[in-house]
Design a protein around this ligand. Structure first.
Ligand SMILES: [Zn+2]
Length: 276
């Protein structure tokens, strides 16, 4: 209930008017969003504007601790339009708060709360001061080059934008190289399938399961051995040396295995030590 109320109030009071698509990132969204609509409809104190479409996602710090399916259903990486965003706010403060944590260890609960609250307030204040520093400079100087040089040294949102533009170019080149490795027909098929899944994601996140590995586990060596022995016993033409073909093949595989183990335990360390 507290969380539902916070979400509704945040959407009401944080100037999202005119924004119809809202990316809602929460650590356990895979469970939280399931009955969200019903909870809001049942409670007269909760309301979300009908025009707002929530896109539920999970921050990258947390999503890797979830089930495999959650990654493709909720990681911001796979939400169309989300861009490259970790979706974590409080966690990014840990590095700063760690430095003051020693002085809170022996403090009373009230002092500890006050000190941490003060530190977080200071961080928010600094963010507010710097968020559009370069935007104002840009307006004043009217030169993007000068602005980008200054921004690059800072951590403002504009600096991040310039960094993202640069990274987008190198990411595109990397992707194109990878993409060229697959045949055109396969690329078209993949593209169509993921576009269908992404379109359906808003109403049914399960559609993103298309991204999960599609393979099933292969047979074990023992199962292959048994299967081959069965086929071997039915064969009217036994091997020339009177031994079975199966045992000959299995022996070969075992020799190959031993070679691999030997190479890893003796030859590779030897090469490393010689290089060192
Ligand atoms: Zn999950």
């Amino acid at each position: 209930m507290n969380l539902d109320w916070s979400l509704c109030e945040a959407l009401k009071n944080t100037n999202v008017s005119g924004i119809d698509n809202v990316l809602h990132i929460y650590d356990v969204n895979c469970q939280y969003y399931v009955h969200l609509k019903e909870r809001i409809e049942k409670n007269e104190h909760l309301k979300i504007d009908e025009r707002i479409q929530l896109h539920h996602a999970i921050g990258l710090f947390h999503v890797h601790g979830h089930q495999d399916e959650c990654l493709y259903r909720f990681a911001t990486t796979y939400v169309p339009g989300a861009g490259v965003v970790d979706g974590e706010i409080l966690e990014t403060l840990w590095a700063v708060l760690n430095t003051v944590s020693t002085s809170t260890r022996t403090a009373s609960l009230a002092s500890r709360t006050e000190l941490l609250d003060d530190q977080m307030g200071d961080s928010n204040f600094k963010k507010m001061l710097n968020i559009c520093k370069c935007h104002l400079m840009l307006k004043f100087l009217q030169t993007t080059d000068f602005c980008s040089q200054i921004c690059f040294k800072g951590k403002t949102i504009i600096a991040k934008y310039h960094r993202a533009l640069d990274n987008a170019t190198s990411s595109r080149e990397y992707f194109d190289d990878l993409d060229r490795a697959a045949p055109q027909a396969q690329r078209d098929e993949w593209k169509e399938s993921i576009e269908v899944a992404e379109k359906a994601r808003l109403t049914d996140v399960d559609e993103m399961d298309y991204m999960l590995p599609q393979y099933t586990n292969g047979a074990t060596l023992k199962e292959i051995e048994a299967d081959m022995a069965k086929q071997d016993s039915r064969s009217p033409d036994p091997a020339a040396d009177n031994g079975s073909i199966t045992s000959w093949l299995i022996k070969g595989l075992k020799i190959e295995d031993s070679q691999f183990v030997l190479s890893n335990s003796v030859i590779v360390p030897l090469l490393i030590s010689l290089q060192g």
